[in-house]
Design a protein around this ligand. Sequence first.
Ligand SMILES: CC(C)(COP(=O)(O)OP(=O)(O)OC[C@H]1O[C@@H](n2cnc3c(N)ncnc32)[C@H](O)[C@@H]1OP(=O)(O)O)[C@@H](O)C(=O)NCCC(=O)NCCS
Length: 134
Amino acid sequence: MELLFLADEQEDMIDKYINRGMMFILDDNGIKAECVVTDEGNGILEIKNIATNPKFQGIGYGKILINFLATKYKNQFFTLQVGTGESSATIGFYVKCGFSRSHIIKNFFTDNYDHLIYEDGIQLVDMIYLHRAL
Ligand SMILES: CC(C)(COP(=O)(O)OP(=O)(O)OC[C@H]1O[C@@H](n2cnc3c(N)ncnc32)[C@H](O)[C@@H]1OP(=O)(O)O)[C@@H](O)C(=O)NCCC(=O)NCCS
């Protein structure tokens, strides 16, 4: 739960995907990272939540999870997509993992969350989608 909340701080937003999603845990002498993916139809697999334990960030666990998904699902889906706020930290991570920008949902964070969301001191407003071919 701590890791889920690290990536998505509002529980009722997590409730929208957790029951139809598939969760993966990266266990390397203890849980280091997790992700949740959903089938969005039309050959699209979406990462709804991904987080690495803050003590172990920046040493490759997130990328291992992404590459695990790409290998596991390459014969079942065409595209791996993810939506995130306009945060250079998370977008930088996804770009390093082979994603590029695809589209934007305007005002996603302000329309769907019951409080303002900030990351690195910047308010998140639009949802930025990135994708990677499988
Ligand atoms: C985003 C997150 C999952 C990345 O996981 P991680 O395990 O720290 O990432 P990795 O160590 O596997 O990094 C993979 C690559 O991305 C790069 N990277 C990681 N964070 C980055 C950042 N903030 N800016 C630029 N590049 C970054 C790494 O340098 C690495 O590059 P390399 O392959 O050239 O060495 C992690 O920072 C996290 O849990 N953040 C909080 C939760 C969150 O915001 N989740 C995303 C919600 S959309």
